[in-house]
Design a protein around this ligand. Structure first.
Ligand code: ATP
Length: 289
């Protein structure tokens, strides 16, 4: 006996795959507007864990690069925007020009945009859910006037949340991500998650930096390993990722940070460490091209 539909509109012949719903249309990733196209290279700075020195690194590497290049810093940490404080530009407010937002010119040659410029004071907390934070990061990228910027540094909140996802969609041309870790096991474990996130998003890991790697004596400069050190380098080897360098605990980093002076401006020793890291980082970007 042959099968018939008997007038049933949902009839499917046996042995064939039953399709109940049509497949979803293929989505095209949103693209950052022409304004962000003024940025030639994008470096994302991430960490798996909070408090490892990601903002300190972002600001100091931005100031280091700004000695030779035009640099923009996007503080993508919407709920905890610290970059203006570290650059000593806490009183500034944002203005618009020709329909775009003008980033703030810091005294160290870095143009910066941050949620902090929109808050009435430093004590005000931003308690925003993911969708609002997404919108803010999108505006920092799309509505800000980034003209002729060689390097755009994106400082993310810790972990692999909405902000990182937003940027990976809006800036698919990003050169890659730098992962900042501290030598402790927990931080290294969390760093693996950040690396895994980057891989899933098809973002190149430009390298790992080990921050707070031993204590640099302010008198003789000798490094003492208070915690373990070298774990990040081992992790880099294990995962076949470039290791960009170690930044010891420098007391002047805390002191200068609190005063709004990037440590690379105030300390020769810190500057030397950052310059070596910047050189390796730029090599990685060149290699990618
Ligand atoms: N190499 C260093 N030597 C000494 N102090 C450091 C060093 N790196 C960072 N710090 C200090 O550690 C503290 C945390 O740094 P920072 O705010 O940059 O961390 P973060 O990872 O951005 O934190 P968050 O979780 O808020 O994003 C700051 O007080 C900073 O001055």
């Amino acid at each position: 006996m042959t099968e018939t539909s008997n007038g049933n509109p949902n009839y499917q012949p046996k042995g064939k795959i039953k399709i109940n719903t049509p497949p979803p249309p293929i989505q095209t990733a949103p693209q950052a507007s022409t304004k962000y196209k003024g940025v030639k290279h994008t470096i994302m700075v991430m960490s798996g864990k909070g408090g490892v020195g990601k903002s300190t690194f972002s600001v100091n590497i931005a100031v280091t690069l700004a000695r030779k290049y035009r640099v923009g810093l996007i503080d993508a940490d919407i709920n905890g925007p610290d970059d203006p404080k570290l650059l000593g530009v806490t009183k500034e407010k944002l203005y618009t020009q020709d329909g775009g937002i003008l980033p703030i010119d810091s005294p160290y040659g870095v143009k910066v945009i941050s949620m902090a410029f929109l808050l009435p004071d430093e004590k005000t907390a931003v308690i925003w859910r993911g969708a609002l934070r997404h919108k803010a990061v999108q505006q920092f990228l799309e509505d800000t006037i980034w003209d002729n910027i060689d390097y755009g540094i994106l400082d993310f909140p810790p972990g692999t949340g909405d902000e990182a996802l937003t940027v990976s969609q809006l800036v698919p041309q990003a050169d890659g991500v730098v992962i900042v870790v501290t030598p402790q096991d927990l931080a290294l474990l969390d760093a693996k998650k950040a690396i895994n996130f980057a891989e899933q998003m098809h973002i190149k890991v430009l390298g790992i930096v080990e921050n707070m790697s031993g204590f640099a004596c302010p008198h003789c400069g000798e490094i003492t390993d208070i915690f373990r050190s070298g774990g990040a380098e081992e992790l880099a080897k294990e995962l076949n990722i470039p290791f960009l360098g170690k930044i010891p605990i420098f007391p002047e980093i805390v002191q200068n940070g609190d005063e709004g002076i990037p440590a690379v401006e105030a300390s020769e020793k810190v500057r030397e460490v950052y310059e070596k890291i910047a050189e390796k980082l730029l090599n990685q970007i060149e290699r990618k091209q």
